[in-house]
Design a protein around this ligand. Structure first.
Ligand SMILES: Cc1cc2nc3c(=O)[nH]c(=O)nc-3n(C[C@H](O)[C@H](O)[C@H](O)COP(=O)(O)OP(=O)(O)OC[C@H]3O[C@@H](n4cnc5c(N)ncnc54)[C@H](O)[C@@H]3O)c2cc1C
Length: 301
C-alpha cells in the first residue's frame, strides 16, 4: 500500500509517525503477515482528524492492538495499519472505578488495578494484547470476560466521524463477539470493579498463570485458540480426539500441547496456516458434524 508524499506530510503534521514497508510478521504473536505502511499515532486528540484524512484520501486502514489474535495475509498488503498512542497509556482508579486507555496492556491493567485492591479480573491475567483488542474480542478466560465489567467505552465512531461514549449496558458482549461496528475504534474504557485485598487477587492470578503454563504452548508463536468452542463443546477436545496434535502444513502445526492452539514452528506463511485451519475444520466437520468458527481474525489482502 502506497501513500503519496502530500498525505504523508499532512499525517506528520498531525503528529503521526509514518513508517514504510513494515513487516507485520514482526508485529504479531503468530509471526505471520505481509508488509505495509504503519502509522503510529502520537495523541488521542488527533485521531478524528487522522481518520477523516485517511477516509478523504480513500486509504484503507485497520487498527492493530497487540497483534495476538490476527492472522495476516502474506505479501504486500492493500491497507495500512494504525497504532493507538502507546507511550505511557493512561490508567487511574477512583473508588471502584478504573479508567484505562485502550492502548494499555491488558495484563498490566489487571495488575495495576490489583495493586489498588480492585479485583475480579484475575482470569484475564494471561490474555496477551491490548485493552482495545480485549474489548473488541470480549476477551475472557477461566470464567471471566471483560464485557460485564465495562461501565463505559469511549470510541471513535467512523460512520459518524465523531468520538462517542457508549454505556456498557448498551453494548452487547457475547462469547468472543461484541456489538461494536467493525470500524469503531476503542479509545478508553471505564470499568466497575470489585474491592478485593491485593494478596487475594495475587493468589487468584497465580492459579490462573499456573493453569496456563500447564496447558498452553506459551514459548511458541500462536494466536491463542484458533477456533471458538461450539455451544456446549470444546474445539480442542474434538481436534485432540482426531489425534491431530502435531499435524502440520509446512511450518504451521497443531500444537502438541493444546489442540486448539496452532503454532508457527519456523517460517509458516499465512497460506500454510489457512490450509491447516481449513483441513482441521473439514476433519472435525466430517467426524462430528460440527462446523467450527474461527476465533482468530483473518486479515486478507
Ligand atoms: C498465548 C495466547 C493466549 C491467549 N489466550 C486467550 C484467552 O485466554 N482468552 C482470550 O479471549 N483470548 C486469548 N488470546 C487471544 C488474544 O490475546 C485476545 O483476543 C486479545 O484480547 C487480542 O488483543 P490484541 O490487542 O492483541 O488484539 P489484536 O490481535 O491486535 O486485534 C484483534 C482485533 O481487535 C481489533 N482491535 C485491536 N485494538 C483495537 C482498538 N483499539 N479499537 C478497535 N479495534 C481494535 C483489531 O482490529 C482486530 O480486529 C490468546 C492469544 C495468545 C497468543
Amino acid at each position: 500500500m502506497r501513500i503519496d508524499e502530500k498525505t504523508v506530510a499532512e499525517l506528520r503534521k498531525l503528529g503521526v509517525d509514518v513508517r514504510q514497508g513494515i513487516s507485520l510478521a514482526d508485529e504479531t504473536s503468530l509471526g505471520i503477515g505481509g508488509t505495509t505502511h504503519e502509522l503510529l499515532l502520537e495523541r488521542y486528540e488527533t485521531i478524528p482528524d487522522v481518520m477523516r484524512l485517511l477516509d478523504a484520501r480513500k486509504i484503507p486502514h485497520r487498527f492493530l492492538g497487540g497483534g495476538t489474535n490476527v492472522l495476516i495475509a502474506d505479501g504486500e498488503l492493500p491497507w495500512v495499519v494504525l497504532h493507538l498512542p502507546k507511550a505511557k497509556p493512561g490508567m487511574r482508579v477512583e473508588g471502584n472505578t478504573a479508567y484505562v486507555d485502550a492502548s494499555a496492556d491488558l495484563g498490566g491493567m489487571v495488575t495495576f488495578c490489583a495493586k489498588h485492591d480492585l479485583g475480579g479480573m484475575e482470569g484475564l491475567i494471561g490474555v496477551p494484547g491490548s485493552v482495545g483488542g480485549a474489548l473488541r474480542m470480549n476477551a475472557g478466560a477461566y470464567g471471566t470476560q471483560i464485557g460485564p465489567l465495562v461501565r463505559e467505552v469511549e470510541l471513535y465512531r467512523a460512520s459518524k466521524g465523531e468520538i462517542e461514549t457508549l454505556r456498557g449496558a448498551d453494548i452487547h458482549f457475547d462469547y468472543r463477539h461484541t456489538s461494536f461496528a467493525p470500524d469503531d475504534v476503542m479509545l478508553r474504557v471505564t470499568l466497575e470493579l470489585a474491592s478485593k485485598p491485593y494478596r487475594e487477587i495475587l493468589a487468584g492470578i497465580r492459579v490462573c498463570n499456573e493453569k496456563r503454563r500447564a496447558s498452553q504452548p506459551l514459548n511458541q508463536k500462536s494466536a491463542g485458540c484458533i477456533f471458538k468452542n461450539p455451544p456446549g463443546g470444546s474445539a480442542g477436545r474434538m481436534i485432540d480426539e482426531l489425534q491431530l496434535k502435531g499435524h502440520r502444513v509446512g511450518d504451521a502445526m497443531v500444537s502438541d500441547r493444546h489442540a486448539n492452539f496452532f503454532v508457527n514452528t519456523g517460517h509458516a506463511s499465512c497460506s500454510d496456516m489457512m490450509k491447516l485451519i481449513d483441513d482441521v475444520r473439514e476433519r472435525v466437520h466430517g467426524a462430528f458434524g460440527v462446523e467450527l468458527e474461527n476465533e482468530v481474525i483473518f486479515w486478507q489482502n
